[in-house]
Design a protein around this ligand. Structure first.
Ligand code: ATP
Length: 319
């Protein structure tokens, strides 16, 4: 193995740059040539590829986003598109590829691996929706961003005696709402994994108001319902003024936390190590605080476990 490529694909996540840096620096440390592929599988198909040296990843460990840019690429889902990608890899002499992204990107990576290119997946997504790993790169930063917003909303909502619904990302996986909700002391946490009854949310708000609470935070994962309709219903049922804040893309940006930078650095270095050992079709993850790697198919098949204990704890602490 002499030349490896690295790309970021799917939604961007803070910490992707730290992972790119780790792949480049660990690769150069082991005397490999590293090629940066821009705009995910799009750039791979179109040959948007550049040589990466030590200084091309200087001053990026603390930056959100991805210096390689990211994209979604429909063409890569086709046999024809992947054939083009394989040709480009051959032209550039790229024998191993590190793909940083979510489950869709991993599916693409596995197809390349089956076609004979040694490919390794690093989980980069703020959603923390991959079942085989405890954490994905970007999740910790995202929940800290949400927490900062909760603190700010608390200030204003306490001054007015309002309730606030904060809608966060997470269509199928409510981890952002759950972790940020627990850490931010939310009164109610509404997740796609658990149903909810508006009356129960209202009951909690009324009880809180009766014992002198000045404000209430309701965390809502985007996958479970319309925040504005819920806000209206709560106002009608409780008489408590209820504001809605949809955090949106702010959750994707920002400087990665120390946790995400360390996670990304460890995972990037492991990816290079695996390629040097001629491994392919592996997904890197973290289990019980240890960096692991498993077969990508196995990783993709593993269903995300909903942390019911944590959900119950959040409920218990917000009575
Ligand atoms: P996020 O979790 O942020 O959404 P993701 O990696 O899951 O990230 P997707 O849009 O699902 O994001 O996938 C990214 C890219 O991976 C797609 O645009 C496509 O190029 C490639 N990809 C997805 N699914 C497949 C597939 N079945 N076969 C080949 N390539 C795929």
């Amino acid at each position: 193995m002499r030349t490896i490529g690295v790309l970021t694909s799917g939604g961007d996540a803070p910490g992707m740059n730290a992972a790119i840096r780790a792949v480049v620096r660990a690769g150069i440390y082991h005397n490999l040539r590293i090629m940066g592929i821009e705009r995910g599988y799009n750039g791979l198909i179109n040959g948007e590829i550049k040589n990466m040296d030590l200084s091309s990843v200087a001053d990026i460990i603390h930056r959100g986003g991805t210096i390689l840019k990211t994209a979604r690429c429909e063409e890569f889902k086709t046999e024809e598109g992947r054939k083009k990608a394989l040709n480009v890899l051959k032209v550039f002499g790229i024998e191993g590829l590190v793909v940083i992204g979510g489950d869709g990107s991993f599916t693409g990576a596995q197809k390349l691996s089956h076609a004979g290119i040694r490919t390794i997946g690093i989980p980069g997504t703020i959603d923390n929706d991959l079942g085989y790993t405890d954490y994905t790169i970007g999740f910790d930063t995202a929940i800290n961003t949400v927490l900062e917003s909760i603190s700010k909303i608390r200030d204003t909502s306490a001054s007015h005696g309002r309730a606030n619904i904060i809608e966060v990302m997470g269509r199928h996986c409510g981890d952002i709402a759950l972790y940020a909700g627990l850490a931010g002391g939310a009164e109610s946490i509404i997740l796609p994994e658990e149903g909810f009854e508006t009356n129960k949310v209202c009951e909690k708000l009324i009880k809180g108001k009766m014992r002198g609470k000045l404000h209430s935070i309701i965390m809502l994962a985007e996958g479970i319902g319309n925040a504005f309709e819920l806000g209206k219903e709560i106002e009608e049922k409780t008489g408590i003024e209820t504001k809605v804040t949809v955090l949106g893309h702010i959750q994707r940006g920002g400087n990665p936390t120390a946790f995400d930078r360390v996670l990304a650095s460890k995972m990037g270095a492991r990816a290079v190590e695996l390629l040097l050992n001629n491994k392919s079709g592996r997904a890197i993850g973290m289990n019980s605080n240890k960096i692991i790697d498993i077969d990508i198919d196995e990783a993709l098949a593993k269903k995300k476990r909903f942390d019911k204990e944590m959900y119950q704890l959040a409920k218990q602490l917000s009575i």
